[in-house]
Design a protein around this ligand. Sequence first.
Ligand code: SF4
Ligand code: FES
Length: 249
Amino acid sequence: MISDKTFRIDGKKIPFQDGDTIMDAALRAGEYIPHLCHNPEFKPNGSCRVCVIETNGRHVSACNQPAIENMEVDNSSDAIMNLRRSLLQMLFVEGNHVCPACEKSGACQLQAVAYYTRMLSPHFTHFFPCRDVDATHPEIAIDFNRCILCKLCVRASRDVDKKNVFFISGRGINSRLVINSPSGKLGDSDVAVTDKAVAVCPVGAILPKHKGYEKPIGERMYDNKPISIVGDVAAVFSSKIYSKDVSTK
Ligand code: SF4
Ligand code: FES
């Protein structure tokens, strides 16, 4: 049943149903809220915080904040965009993201959201962590340097593939993605190139082999249209396309 309840995002009326988060209702209404760890097919995880919005004087994550009737949401002020940009800059310096050399460049959600928030530099000092590349699987490679710990592969492998190949170990700055196999290597795990966990990575961390640089520059996912129109990796996979470009605000 369609509910007649609404709230407002940047002054625009957004209908919602009981149980919706702000993100659920926004995406259904074609209103883009930047996000990285959110995927409508999975329960919200709330780890990246890039979906931060302001409502009632508080900063909250849109992906796990329930929608409330008549609430006013700020999704595009300079203050909110600056906050998101800082979070993205931290993500960039925590890992080793060498965009010009990455096969996912032009089709990477982290890069696309950074462009959307007009990030021009990493701003913070790079950590340059020492991380591995695991190419032991015949069809899949994982570059831990690019992992943003969004847990999408963890959720997909557990909830869809029913394999539990990926999990997060450690806490805070010591958190890292690990492979559940006898040797800790991907080649020794149950993962298959057709798994949801392989398709769902928003960055260039988990990649099918033998397909690098398939599309030339200019033809990649976000080369001509921003993520607010094209949608994220998950949305493209499930054929959900955002309808509105709010990037020019
Ligand atoms: S490998 Fe990809 S999907 Fe998995 S946690 Fe890292 S960034 Fe997310
Ligand atoms: S998308 Fe909401 S916290 Fe990551």
